[in-house]
Design a protein around this ligand. Structure first.
Ligand code: ADP
Ligand code: MG
Ligand code: ZN
Length: 646
């Protein structure tokens, strides 16, 4: 990736200023210290005489001149050198208290006396003692502020830290962004607004003020913004929402103001605010942590004010990106603000292939690599995942000292990304290994019979990733955007297949199925509370809106009566129990196949491809399966059927 380059206008100079300021400061402090130390250094060498001796010398008429200060008297004695010359020697004494008789005594003995000059340190000292302390103060302050954010110069607290990209300086072009064609088309239009504004304004059209890029993480929102900067021949300011949020309340707001001031001066231009959600969270929303919320609100309010405050046709377009549109303050999405939303979604198969092509440009591919096949095997991968995949494959090839990246490297890389690293070092004992083998084959046999889940590609008893002791990989043949009722049932049964196999073979279960059970139960619950698939409860939503992009995040249920809660629980249990029953029925029907396949898996550790298909194609469906897939119901009353076969 090309590194973002900062425009020299904004960032090259300030460090020099700061450096200069720093050395000036040190020089001044040194001067001040010298100014104080040097005179007292000399003074200290004058011989110190007791006050009483001084008075005695005055009365003896030996003292010629004296400089009388409040706490120090310097005086000169006339002394005769052995050679007979008169010589002046200077002494110092400290008066006991303010001696009001002293002037009289001095006058009486004809001593020439004076007070010390008003300032002992000289004018430089005075100046420095006024100038240096504030300088030191500001220096430390500026240092702290800078360390916090690396802002331009020491004292510009509220200055925006927006980086300005000049044309093309990001090194990213639209061709580097693939698989998000709709978003690209919309943004190309925006760039055109700026380049040929008159074409639109001539007809009275208003150029949009704000465009919000919305999409899951890693789909290329930031990349798109950089591409705009690379393509547009206008200045491009870029700042991240989290950069607005600073320690001191009010600075975020000042930054926004400053950013817009700069932008308006440079119009037409583009302002890009990344991670808008860091700043635009719903006001009055959840959990204010002392002060933090306050700051964000101020910054957000300032942003809203600024967006309203300029005319649409000044030629400043604000583009913002977020992966959590649902938490944004509604005020941000009002017309006249971010009124355009561009969805940057996960790519489909064709898109994935295009993205793979973009990233494979810099990688040496072997003959056998087929990006189309890889795209097919990576449903749900976002652009960032695909970029990572290509890199991971290249790393694997490099580790093997290969000349080019092969298809095998890609396959291993996909598995790594899906299931984690292989952990051959984790040694299972015999019982564990057997348990894992039957468990995985249980998943595989049921998975092979269920609709819509794709074919089982691989079973392995080599531990991988964080918790997986073995795994079964099932690849969908195409991208799917909906799941049908029967497919969900099939999925639940497949998830329970591992545990069911343990029950049938060993007569006792292990802890290894907890994750499967969790997923199966979640899915069953969602069919009731979210998808309205329960016959008893009907198409009623018992859960509030779904989080759009964050998976695994479940919102609280709507307020429901205890009776309904009970019914939901019963329905969920019914669905899981039925699926479990069918899973057991299938495995009992295919008991021999389960045995053979597991034994072979134990021997080879990994089963895949033709070998695996030869086994799984023998799986037979029991009678009740079709009916259950269709209706979710079993032909007889479950309560009378023992689910555990010892
Ligand atoms: P987002 O901002 O949406 O979270 P980024 O733009 O930061 O995602 O994407 C991270 C990286 O993933 C990019 O730098 C790029 O290498 C890769 N990437 C993501 N989406 C795409 C895409 N559509 N085309 C090509 N590369 C992509
Ligand atoms: Mg981003
Ligand atoms: Zn399992």
């Amino acid at each position: 990736m090309p590194v973002e380059t900062n425009n020299d206008k904004n960032s090259a100079k300030p460090p020099r200023i700061r450096q200069f300021g720093g050395s000036l400061l040190i020089l001044l402090s040194l001067l001040l210290i010298l100014n104080f130390i040097v005179p007292s250094f000399f003074e200290a060498r004058l011989p110190q005489v007791p006050y009483s001796d001084f008075i005695a010398q005055v009365e003896a008429g030996k003292v010629d001149r004296a400089v009388v200060g409040g706490d120090r008297i310097e005086y000169a004695l006339k002394t005769q050198t052995p050679e007979g010359k008169t010589e002046e020697r200077v002494f110092v004494t400290t008066p006991v208290a303010i001696d009001l008789d002293l002037p009289k005594i001095l006058r009486d003995h004809k001593v020439e006396f004076a007070a010390p000059p008003p300032n002992q340190n000289g004018w430089i000292g005075t100046l420095l003692s006024w100038v240096v302390p504030p300088l030191i103060f500001f220096g430390i302050w500026g240092f702290l502020i800078n360390r916090q954010g690396g802002g331009p110069a020491a004292l510009t607290v509220g200055k925006s830290k927006a980086r300005i990209y000049s044309e093309g300086s990001t090194g990213v072009k639209f061709v580097d962004v693939a698989g998000v064609d709709e978003a690209k088309a919309e943004l190309e239009e925006i760039v055109d607004f700026l380049k040929n504004a008159s074409k639109y304004t001539r007809l009275g059209a208003k150029i949009p003020k704000g465009v919000l890029l919305v999409g899951p993480p890693g789909t290329g929102k930031t990349l798109l913004a950089k591409a705009i900067a690379g393509e547009a021949s206008v200045p491009f300011f870029s700042i991240s929402g989290s950069e607005f949020i600073e320690l001191f309340v009010g600075i975020g707001a000042a930054r926004v103001r400053d950013l817009f001031d700069q932008a308006k001066k440079q119009a037409p231009c583009i302002v890009f605010i990344d991670e808008l959600d860091a700043l635009g969270k719903s006001r009055g929303g959840a959990g204010p942590i002392m002060g933090g919320n306050d700051e964000r609100e101020q910054t957000l309010n300032q942003l809203l004010t600024e967006m309203d405050g300029f005319d649409a046709n000044t030629g400043v377009i604000i583009i913002a990106a977020t992966n959590r549109p649902e938490i944004l303050d509604p005020a941000l999405r009002r017309p006249g603000r971010f009124d355009r939303q561009v969805v940057v979604d996960r790519p489909d198969k064709i898109g994935r292939e295009a993205i793979l092509k973009v990233h494979a440009r810099n990688v040496k591919l072997a003959e056998d690599v087929n990006l189309n096949v890889i795209a097919g095997r990576t449903p749900g991968f976002a652009g960032a995942d695909l970029a990572n995949l290509v890199n991971e494959a290249a790393l694997l090839a490099a580790r093997q000292n290969r000349q080019a990246v092969t298809m095998a490297d890609f396959n291993e890389a996909i598995e790594r990304l899906v299931a984690g690293l292989e952990k051959r070092s984790r040694v299972l004992n015999e019982t564990e290994k057997k348990t894992v083998a039957y468990h995985e084959v249980g998943h595989a046999i049921i998975g092979a019979l269920m609709p819509g889940a794709g074919k089982v590609e691989k079973i392995s008893v080599v531990p991988r990733g964080v918790g997986a002791l073995g795994y079964t990989i099932q690849m969908p043949e195409e991208d799917r955007f909906l799941m049908l009722e029967d497919e969900i049932r099939g999925r639940i049964a497949t998830l329970l297949g591992g545990r069911s196999a343990e029950e049938i073979v060993f007569g006792k279960v292990s802890t290894g199925a907890s994750d499967d059970i969790q997923k199966a139960t979640d899915l069953a619950e969602r069919t009731v509370t979210l998808y309205g698939m329960s016959g008893e409860l009907g198409p009623v939503a018992f859960e509030k809106t779904q989080q759009e992009f964050l998976e695994g995040y479940s919102n609280p249920r709507r307020p429901i009566s205890p009776k309904v809660a009970e019914e939901i629980d019963r329905e969920v249990k019914q669905i899981v129990d039925n699926a479990h029953y069918v899973a057991l029925a299938i495995l009992r029907q295919n008991r021999d196949l389960l045995e053979q396949t597991a034994q072979e898996l134990l021997q080879k550790e990994i089963l895949e491809g033709e070998q695996l298909r030869a086994h799984l194609s023998q799986a037979k469906a029991p009678d009740e399966m079709e009916e259950w897939l269709r209706s979710g119901k079993l032909p007889h009353d479950l309560a009378r059927v023992p689910t555990m076969v010892v």
